[in-house]
Ligand binder design. Structure first.
Ligand SMILES: Cc1cc2nc3c(=O)[nH]c(=O)nc-3n(C[C@H](O)[C@H](O)[C@H](O)COP(=O)(O)OP(=O)(O)OC[C@H]3O[C@@H](n4cnc5c(N)ncnc54)[C@H](O)[C@@H]3O)c2cc1C
Length: 541
């Protein structure tokens, strides 16, 4: 770390047994700083991050990063010490907003109330831009009711479901906020979740999660805040057309009539297939990209916790067991994805005649089962390499799943023993399927998924079983199909984040191919909102 003036430090890699008091971590940080020549007097110490290190099952540790905030910025040159490598500058996640001076002749419009749209619209509203935010789906209450009708009775609402509606795809989810991107805005996003009701624990946990039960309220409050600040929130409003006007503004053709916008933050998610088609027909440059397809695997949560933590399973500081497994030795790649400890498999379809699964859990993660996707990479040469080819590849598998499940939105299901050919029986054992409270159709998944995917799944299950004992136990269950792991296409945009060859239209978030997950989508929404504000003056100071 270079010499210079700092307002704080991060002391990382402090490893302690789970029963240790967190004050011990702060004391170690203080002595590290002292040895590095920084007087710990007048420094406020706090736990910055806490993660679980379960690599050695008989010696599970908690690893801390401690924030050391100085009462005032101080010049520091760290002396040579063993601790020096653990010390780094503390970065404040402050968002730097620059507002332009050009008056808007129409409001900015945000299409999509997922994390990208929501965080973008909230930032615009909080800075006086009074945005309009639209979504094809319902508010959280009506959307929850629509999902319950689908779960219980198989009545699918194609515009209000697990993929579509207030909060977007991630609302009915485990609400994991972990992201692989490295961006200073992560802290800002986590803090905003707390401002609207998420537990402060998410600021410290290395793998933060919120849970569906809290996410619904958070989304609702964020949308109310946008309205309080002069924004307009429009539900059941689907964008069906988009064109540039001579004056540079944008006209949106919607199910609630035409809306004119000064700029459009377009964050429609990875399941808006009709919208992708409309954009292609309107000359937007869209390319196919790699994505993954697979199934959801379910185990008993206590078995997973024990496999990960041994006798320490259930320790309150360890939380529910989370795994992330992958194997790329075949060159294609199979990995677990979006693991939901103590969660359930959800019915994530958004099109008639198609079955799709995903996972969710509540904040407590106290369900009997734990589940995750086991997904296999799909490359462009596995289909015709075109955007609609990618979508039709997903769609054909979803339709096959619908038929194999019983053509009533029951999901196709097979036990691991049967799938691996260890048994010719496909019978449910200790582990009960959670999809739609058990509405599954027992069948061979080879009748639903392409052979290359089944082969890779088989290889993956056995490989993961060597890494996590019991992963491929006979009565673990596989429910199909997980096809919406990420966007199958990318909407090309410039460095200014505008759609190629299009005026002030900003493709954004997961659906545009620039994010994967709640936090990275929210950050992409913030990026676009900052771009819009750089150009225009706020409507209200
Ligand atoms: C069940 C489930 C669980 C998940 N769990 C997690 C998790 O735990 N952690 C995590 O990081 N990620 C999770 N994800 C992924 C995460 O939800 C997405 O990456 C994220 O929501 C993408 O955000 P987005 O704003 O780009 O798009 P989305 O959230 O997909 O939002 C797009 C919105 O646009 C709207 N829309 C689409 N077309 C139109 C149109 N034509 N007109 C108007 N509105 C339109 C849709 O109704 C939708 O509300 C999960 C996804 C699902 C489905």
């Amino acid at each position: 770390m270079a010499d210079g003036k700092y307002s704080g430090f991060l002391v990382s890699g402090i490893s302690l047994p789970p029963d240790a008091n967190e004050q011990e971590a702060c004391d170690i940080a203080a002595s590290d700083l002292k040895r590095a020549g920084v007087d710990p007097a007048r420094i406020r110490f706090s736990i910055y991050k806490r993660s679980v290190d379960a690599r050695k099952r008989n010696d599970i540790r908690l690893v801390y990063s401690v924030a050391a905030k100085l009462d005032s910025p101080r010049s520091v040159s760290l002396a040579e010490s063993r601790a020096k490598h653990r010390i780094s500058p503390l970065v404040d996640g402050e968002l730097k907003v620059v507002c332009g001076s050009r008056p808007m002749s129409a409001p900015p419009v945000v299409v999509g109330m997922g994390p990208a749209g929501l965080f973008g619209a909230l930032l615009l509203a909080e800075n006086g831009y009074a945005p309009i935010i639209i979504d094809r789906g319902d508010n959280v209450t009506d959307r929850s009711a629509a999902y319950e009708r689908f779960k219980k009775f198989g009545l699918l609402d194609v515009d209000s479901n697990i993929q579509f509606g207030a909060g977007g795809a991630g609302t009915f989810s485990d609400g994991k906020l972990l992201t692989r991107i490295n961006d200073e805005k992560i802290g800002y996003v986590l803090q905003r979740f707390c401002d609207f009701g998420a537990p402060e624990e998410i600021l410290v946990a290395a793998k933060p999660h919120v849970g569906t039960d809290l996410l619904l309220g958070i989304v609702d409050k964020m949308l109310s805040r946008i309205e309080e600040l002069g924004g307009k929130v429009m539900y059941r409003t689907r964008m069906d057309g988009i064109r540039e006007l001579a004056d540079g503004n944008i006209a949106l053709e919607t199910t609630s009539g035409e809306i004119v916008a000064s700029s459009v933050l377009m964050a429609v998610g990875h399941s808006a297939r009709d919208t992708y088609k409309m954009l292609l027909e309107n000359g937007f440059m869209i390319e196919a990209k790699s994505f993954s397809v697979g199934v959801r695997v379910e185990h008993l949560r206590e078995d997973i916790d024990r496999a990960l933590y041994g006798d320490m399973a259930g320790h309150e500081k360890l939380g529910k067991g989370e795994y992330h497994l992958s194997d790329t030795s075949s060159g294609r790649g199979v990995y677990t994805f979006c693991m939901c400890p103590g969660g359930e498999v959800v019915a994530a379809a958004s099109e008639e005649g198609g079955v799709v699964v995903n996972g969710m859990s509540y904040n407590a993660r106290d369900g009997i089962n734990s589940n995750s996707a086991v997904a296999v990479s799909v490359f462009k040469n596995d289909y015709d390499g075109t955007p609609m080819g990618a979508i039709n590849f997903q769609r054909s598998i979803e339709k096959a799943a619908f038929e194999a499940g019983g053509a009533d939105y029951s999901a196709p299901m097979q036990t691991v023993a049967s799938f691996l050919g260890r048994s010719d029986k496909n019978e449910i054992g200790r582990i009960m399927p959670t999809y739609r409270d058990g509405k599954v159709g027992l069948c061979a998944l080879d009748t639903v998924l392409p052979a290359f995917i089944c082969d890779e799944l088989r290889r993956g299950l056995l490989s993961f079983d060597r890494k996590l004992s019991g992963f491929a136990c006979d009565d673990a269950i596989l429910t199909g199909v997980e096809t919406r792991t990420s966007a199958p296409v990318r909407i090309l945009r410039t460095d200014e984040l505008r759609a190629l060859g299009k005026g002030r239209i900003y493709p954004c978030g997961e659906g545009a191919g620039y994010a994967g997950g709640i936090t990275s989508a929210a950050i992409d929404g913030l990026r676009v909102a900052l771009k819009i504000m750089e150009e225009f003056a706020p409507e209200r100071p």
